[in-house]
Design a binder for this molecule. Structure first.
Ligand code: NAP
Length: 217
């Protein structure tokens, strides 16, 4: 079983992922930024690590991630401005990659975005910036020497999901429930032979175990 450090643990995906990982027998540390989230994390069984991604340095993250085996990035600026998007969605994964290297943490999972998202709508500057930051972060992950998986979900919907997905290297754009994203991440983390892969994910017709089996090489 692994020691897993989650950035974005209080979010829609992260808060659904942590209990699944704990149930699988992993130990989970989660970064949080609001003091009132500490009890929520402790009640889940997550080791809380208090920090704000807008201030955190690579050195802080080296210290925080020491002793872990896996890093999961599922944070996001959630449309709170271009500067915050740059820092949270691009610079934080870059800092985490550096921390992973220093600490010999070989496995890295990142929740990215579906690059075709909302292509049928008029261009929006801040959304284009968000997609660029996600893409730039993915490029850094691919260039690292780590064992990584990049997960690119379609538009997220707040629901637990029915456990039926479409997961592949290229699929048509669609929506996906946050619960299904968490379940797929949990399944990928529990299948370490799947690495150095970029997957797109939407809700679909395959069970998660069928979907994972189908993408295994
Ligand atoms: N929205 C979509 O349709 C969509 C589509 C594809 C991919 N994605 C990506 O999917 C991932 C997960 O999305 P989600 O819906 O779970 O996100 P979410 O609910 O907005 O959660 C974002 C997480 O990031 C944390 N965070 C934000 N700013 C922070 C800061 N300054 N310091 C510390 N933590 C901070 C949040 O903490 P708090 O709880 O304190 O806010 C939360 O844990 C994100 O990377 C997102 O970009 C989203």
């Amino acid at each position: 079983m692994s020691k897993i450090f989650i950035v974005g643990v209080t979010g829609g995906v992260g808060s659904r992922l942590a209990p699944k990982l704990l149930k699988s027998g992993h130990e989970v540390t989660g970064l949080y930024r609001n003091e009132e989230q500490e009890k929520f994390l402790k009640d889940l069984g997550v080791n809380p690590f208090f920090a704000d991604l807008m201030d955190i340095t690579t050195e802080d993250l080296i210290e925080a991630t020491k002793g872990h085996d896996i890093i999961v990035f599922s944070a996001g600026a959630a449309g709170s401005g271009t500067n915050r998007t740059t820092v949270i969605d691009y610079e934080t994964p870059v800092k985490l990659l550096k921390a992973a290297k220093v600490n010999n943490i070989s496995r890295f999972y990142i929740v990215s975005a579906f690059m075709d998202s909302i292509r049928d709508k008029p261009r929006n500057k801040s959304f284009e910036h968000y997609i660029k930051m996600k893409r730039d972060a993915d490029n850094e992950v691919v260039a690292s020497n780590l064992d990584w998986v990049i997960l690119r979900p379609g538009t997220l919907v707040t629901s637990e999901g029915d456990g039926l997905v479409n997961l592949q290297r290229a699929i048509p754009y669609g929506k996906v429930s946050r619960g299904n994203v968490a379940s797929v991440l949990d399944a990928l983390i529990n299948e370490p032979s799947i690495k150095n892969e970029i997957f797109e994910l939407v809700d679909g017709n395959s069970t998660i175990s069928e979907a994972i089996k189908a993408v295994k090489r």
